[in-house]
Design a protein around this ligand. Structure first.
Ligand code: UN1
Length: 493
């Protein structure tokens, strides 16, 4: 199957385009061919999106929202089929794929509700007989660049608030996982979203992504991906005076204090560290544990890790699927040597599975390091795979300090029964998301999602905060005095 761009409500077959293969990471099967579009494809899409946006902005927001209700309904109807496609192209286990599609459905309904809110503000004027208000105003054509690890959910976090607030969008999905975008385009077509409101152009970051970030008629870029690429997007966006919203890496930790419910903590760590084979930006990759319970926690973790079955995510009994590609496999594996050289002890895993039936896919064994010092590379750098480092601490204060000692600030978690520590932790953990007695993953779509420090640049996806990315405030003054009233000048009252 050859995928086609979806532009101005039409499928743009382009036989002369170059294509690249979409490969199932579970077994190496080629699933589709995805076009590597060019700068001129971006230009065509932006032109259509500009025309469409002018009309779309005039459609009342509750009516724009009606399309989102329909999109949500169709996604719900097709949930199982979408989840199957998602597992095939991305590799995550089917239960998680269903969960990801559910995130998209939730986002559709949540943002549809915004169609009847999109609250503005009224503010008293300093002048008599003058009315002052501020409204959220659409920005225009927005550019969405999304990663392969959440091919549909993250796209909905961005495209649905963009739509409801009156923008049109151009979406570039990751070339590794274009099939979910293709499925979403079919849904946009089925609900008869006015042509040009939703546009999808497939291609590489260096060609299509760069063209988007540099395009004078795209006013917002919302990007989720690596810190390395995010920095380039920010630089080019800055030069072109664009609003850029960035969501990047994480080096998230679970803190386990001596008073924690250890069984609960083990379950949370397993789910957050090895779910999605560790390929979430919220994944737990550090466990910061009080020395009094370190041995116990370590042993229980090791025991439970043995029960994690590895394999093709379509098999319902599998808990850890493949990683996205061979390059990722190599990168993850390189950290084993790095950790050992720095003096960490490898307790489990650290292997690429090279025997049948795993040799056809990209499988890595769940890996546990211990005796890790907070400043080692394995404790500082994002590995983006099923690798966890145990770091021992002697106090609550030290745990917080170690948690905060990385350049990232996405998610953190603490297991404790002490209510004072709970409140101190939620204040002092310097991440955008904090969990108490739960792992580092599993953010809900109606709360702001994002991080501090090297994770982002102050914006948030999801929740009501997403509207701040896709709208601008417009302040409106209505003078009903029938005479010249001047602000900041002494007027008689
Ligand atoms: C991501 O890894 O980029 O909170 C997103 C979570 C999911 C989203 C993760 N709801 O783990």
């Amino acid at each position: 199957m050859k995928l086609a761009n979806y532009v101005n409500g039409k499928w743009q077959e382009n036989p002369s385009a170059e294509f690249t293969e979409v490969v199932n990471p579970a077994n190496g099967e080629v699933l589709a061919q995805v076009p590597l579009s060019t700068r001129s494809d971006v230009d065509t899409a932006v032109k259509a999106a500009r025309v469409a946006q002018k009309k779309w902005a005039k459609v009342p927001a509750p009516k724009r929202a009606d399309y989102l209700y329909e999109i949500g309904r169709l996604m719900k109807q097709k949930k199982e089929q979408l989840a199957q496609v998602l597992t095939k192209e991305m590799g995550k286990v089917i239960e998680e794929a269903r969960g990801e599609v559910q995130e998209g459905i939730d986002m559709a309904y949540y943002m549809a509700g915004e169609g009847r809110r999109l609250f503005g503000e009224t503010t008293p004027s300093e002048l008599a007989d003058k009315f002052a208000m501020s409204v959220r105003s659409p920005i225009g054509v927005v550019g969405l660049i999304t990663p392969w690890n959440f091919p549909v959910a993250i796209a909905t976090w961005k495209s649905f608030p963009a739509i409801v607030s009156g923008n049109s969008f151009l979406w570039k999905p990751a070339t590794e996982t274009p099939m979910m975008a293709y499925e979403m385009a079919k849904i946009f077509e089925e609900v008869k979203l006015p042509q040009g409101v939703a546009n999808i152009v497939f291609g590489s970051g260096s060609e299509v992504g760069t063209a988007m970030v540099e395009h004078p008629d795209i006013h917002v870029i919302s990007f989720t991906g690596s810190t390395e690429t995010g920095r380039k997007v920010a630089e080019a966006g800055g030069r072109n005076l664009k609003k850029v919203s960035l969501e990047m890496g994480g080096k998230n930790a679970v803190i386990v204090m001596e008073d924690a419910d250890l069984d609960l903590a083990v379950e949370g760590i397993l789910w957050s560290a090895f779910g999605t084979a560790g390929q979430r930006c919220t994944a737990c990759s550090r466990v910061i544990v009080h020395r009094d319970v370190k041995e116990k926690l370590q042993n229980r973790l090791l025991e439970k890790m043995k029960t994690l079955s590895i394999g093709d995510g379509l098999d319902e009994s599998v808990k850890v699927g493949p990683v996205i590609n061979k390059k990722a496999l190599e990168k993850i594996h390189s950290y084993i040597g790095i950790g050992q050289e720095e003096g960490a002890t490898l307790l489990a895993g650290g292997e690429v599975l090279t025997y049948a039936p795993y040799d056809k896919g990209n499988y890595y064994t769940p890996t546990l390091f211990t005796d890790v010092a907070p400043d080692m590379r394995i404790a500082q750098e994002e590995i983006f795979g099923p690798v966890v480092s145990i770091i021992e601490v002697a106090s609550f204060e030290e745990a917080i300090e170690v948690n905060n000692s990385v350049i990232y600030g996405l998610s953190s978690s603490i297991y404790t029964q002490d209510v004072n520590r709970v409140f101190k932790a939620q204040r002092d953990l310097d991440t955008g998301i904090v969990y108490i007695n739960a792992g580092t993953t599993g953010a809900e779509i109606h709360l702001p999602f994002g991080g501090t420090k090297g994770t982002g640049n102050g914006h948030r996806d999801s929740g009501v905060a997403a509207l701040d990315v896709f709208t601008e405030w417009k302040s409106i003054y209505v003078d009903y005095s029938g005479k010249l009233q001047r602000a900041q000048i002494d007027n008689e009252i």
